[in-house]
Design a protein around this ligand. Structure first.
Ligand SMILES: [Zn+2]
Length: 283
């Protein structure tokens, strides 16, 4: 009883934090999740990546029989499994299973990213994200709201708890701390329906699931003068306190990518859960 009462109080507090709705008023409370701690299913007939999707997006129904498919808000897509193609091809045309081909490291290890195309999370199936967040700018924009972080205002989707989780990550931070405050000044942006520079692939920003903190601190591989697939060391200036607060709430960080994008955080709880499932399986 006490626990559920605390939860209700937490939900009320977070509705305030989530702040000014961009579209319709906040329709539901916010039940924050801790993706680094919450229990994982002990056993399943699904593959680990299917389990990760099911746990990450409980409102989207993933069925494995007769053939894998996923439904949300009346739409259904088939769920295609992993292929064993080179990472360079996968990033262009990933299946849903391919999104898990490169394990997102939950440690502070930035050596893994030295391998060419080690970009966990950069492969995105447009069918998958279109189902979860909307296939057009108009559809995505119906569910945006604004989350404040110090002077920054991020427009993100409220679907699948994204705005809620971002607000909680921000609340976990000491925004006045000398190492944190500058990250939320001159921020790079949030919702923006656009293609990734130099490609015809939709950016994660199109779905309202990504935020860019201060670009000058974060850095971006294209500005380093490197060529694709041959990006060298990343001189990280983003504090781990921010990275880990965001990961806890389901956001992966682009600083762990070969094609580093150190300002970029993106809501991909399925990748964080999958890394935990695979860590467990390897022990
Ligand atoms: Zn970004």
């Amino acid at each position: 009883m006490e626990q559920s009462f605390a939860r209700v109080l937490g939900a009320v507090a977070l509705m305030v934090l989530v702040g000014v709705p961009d579209g319709p008023a906040v329709s539901q409370g916010c039940a924050p999740r801790d993706f680094l701690q919450e229990p994982l299913p002990a056993a399943s007939w699904q593959t680990p990546w299917q389990v990760a999707i099911s746990v990450a997006y409980p409102e989207a129904d993933l069925q494995t029989a007769p053939s894998p498919r996923m439904s949300y808000r009346g739409a259904v897509i088939s769920v295609d499994g992993p292929t064993s193609r080179p990472a360079r091809q996968i990033i262009e045309t990933p299946t849903i299973g391919d999104q898990f081909a490169i394990l997102y490291p939950l440690s502070r290890n930035l050596d893994l990213r030295l391998a060419p195309f080690y970009d966990p999370g950069r492969a995105r199936s447009e069918r998958f994200f279109g189902l979860l967040y909307g296939e057009t700018a108009g559809a995505v924009e119906q569910d945006l709201e604004t989350v404040a972080a110090g002077p920054a205002r991020f427009r993100v989707t409220r679907r699948h708890g994204v705005a809620c989780q971002l607000a909680v990550a921000v609340a976990d931070l000491d925004l006045g701390a000398a190492e944190i405050a500058p990250l939320f000044r001159d921020v790079g942006g949030s919702y923006n329906w656009r293609r990734i520079a130099g490609t015809d692939r939709l950016s994660a920003h199109s779905y309202g699931i990504a935020v860019d903190v201060n670009a000058a601190i974060g850095g971006y591989w294209r500005w380093s003068g490197a060529t694709e697939g041959a990006v060298g060391t990343y001189e990280n200036k983003v504090p781990w306190a921010l990275v880990e607060a965001m990961e806890r709430r389901g956001f992966i960080w682009g600083g762990k990518w070969h094609h580093f994008d150190g300002m970029h955080f993106e809501y991909r709880p399925e990748l964080i859960l999958y890394s935990r499932l695979m860590e467990g399986a390897g022990q």
